[in-house]
Design a protein around this ligand. Structure first.
Ligand SMILES: *Cc1c(COP(=O)(O)O)cnc(C)c1O
Length: 374
């Protein structure tokens, strides 16, 4: 037990590094005001008033038909698989994503089948999906990686032709629009992550989005043990979210336009300042970007590592997003090669981007990177 602990024992603050992201926090008073109502009600979980309100507000903000708020974005993917009755077989997926896309498939006892990506926007290549379909294929799980839209029409067509449900991991798609529609409204299911590091967060959290009321009801049962009072309908899991998390979401959501404006400004500044030492993907013309990430491609891995070393000397820590290519996860059996994804993964990084990042840091990063070829 710690006794005689004094504030003066706290180690002196070292300047914290500039990371790829920093969690947005709403004004303290705004969160506390929401907490006060939770305290007064004594309702902490089980679809309380904050959860219900947040679901409604998110549905409206994201312009999607049915949204179910759950504990995180990984469980959201698992719930989508379960709602589509996928309990075994092969799920065609992308090797270029965060590991949770693949691990949700593995955790549901299915086999991920990796299909290489398109080099322009790092999203799964529909032409390769079709040739990977076998009698064991039971779903397609694609990712709008960095908020770039997958080729949603081609993927929908393949889904229809082979009777395969299409699940989009939309962890990076919050607020993005494509061809005049919410990017999260495509596919049979879309999921979101509201983890603390994401564009919009509720500390931990996520959502499943679907189109019809019957599927939404099924998902709702799945996330709360599969029963209605004493009536037990299907096996379920506990993916209910708490009032304290929902309150964070309610406090953050009204600030989204200022968060987006700050991010847009920083992206534009990077665009202006970064010379041709790094390559940038060109956004799709019909995409209204959410400025979720600022990915840059180095010439090769050696140049990436040199850039990281130079930035770290200034206490700036970009991240290798995403590395390794998921078909090379060390615990998976030997998988088919995905040369495009493996090549991109070896030389891509995301630069720091968050509301509150100063222009002078962006200038410093750009000047360090631009010196690399000199
Ligand atoms: C963050 C993330 C997830 C996982 O979300 P959690 O809420 O952390 O479980 C899944 N997929 C992608 C692409 C992500 O970036």
């Amino acid at each position: 037990m710690i006794t005689n602990f004094h504030i003066s024992d706290v180690p002196p603050a070292v300047p914290s590094p500039i990371n790829v992201t920093r969690s947005y926090l709403p004004p303290w008073e705004e969160y506390v005001q929401l907490l006060r109502s939770v305290w007064e009600s004594h309702v902490l979980t089980n679809q309380g008033p904050c959860v219900l309100q947040l679901q409604q507000e998110l549905q409206k903000f994201l312009d999607v038909p049915h949204l179910l708020y759950v504990t995180n974005g990984t469980v959201a993917l698992q719930l989508a698989l379960a709602a589509a009755d996928i309990r075994e077989g092969e799920v065609i997926t992308t090797p270029f994503s965060y590991v949770a896309t693949t691990s949700s498939i593995l955790w549901e006892r299915c086999t991920p089948v990796f299909v290489d990506i398109e080099p322009e926007h790092f999203t799964i290549d529909p032409a390769r999906i079709e040739s990977a379909i076998t009698s064991r294929t039971c779903a397609i799980m694609a990712v709008h990686v960095f908020g770039y839209a997958c080729n949603v029409e081609a993927i929908a067509e393949i889904g229809r032709k082979y009777g395969l449900p299409v699940i989009y991991d939309g962890a990076h798609a919050f607020g993005a629009r494509y061809k005049g529609k919410s990017l999260l409204s495509y596919g049979d299911y879309s999921t979101c992550s509201f983890h603390a590091t994401k564009l919009f967060h509720t500390v931990e959290g996520g959502a499943v989005i679907t189109h019809d009321a019957a599927t939404a009801e099924k998902l709702d049962l799945l996330r709360r043990f599969g029963h209605n009072g004493d009536e037990h309908i299907s096996p379920g899991i506990n993916a209910k979210q708490s009032e304290l998390h929902a309150a964070m979401g309610l406090a953050n959501l009204p600030h989204m336009s200022e968060i987006l404006a700050a991010r847009r400004h920083l992206c534009e500044l990077y665009d202006i300042l970064l010379g041709d030492v790094v390559q940038r993907p060109t956004p799709q013309p019909e995409l209204e970007s959410n400025c979720d990430y600022y990915p840059v491609l180095f010439r090769d891995e050696a140049q990436l590592l040199a850039a990281f070393a130079a930035l770290r000397r200034q206490n700036i820590c970009p991240r290798r997003y995403f590395y390794p290519s998921l078909n090379r996860l060390p615990y998976l059996p030997q998988m088919k090669a995905c040369p495009i994804s493996e090549n991109i993964a070896s030389r891509i990084a995301c630069l720091p981007l968050f509301a509150g990042l100063g222009d002078e840091t962006v200038k410093e990063i750009a000047s360090i990177l631009n010196k690399l070829n000199a």
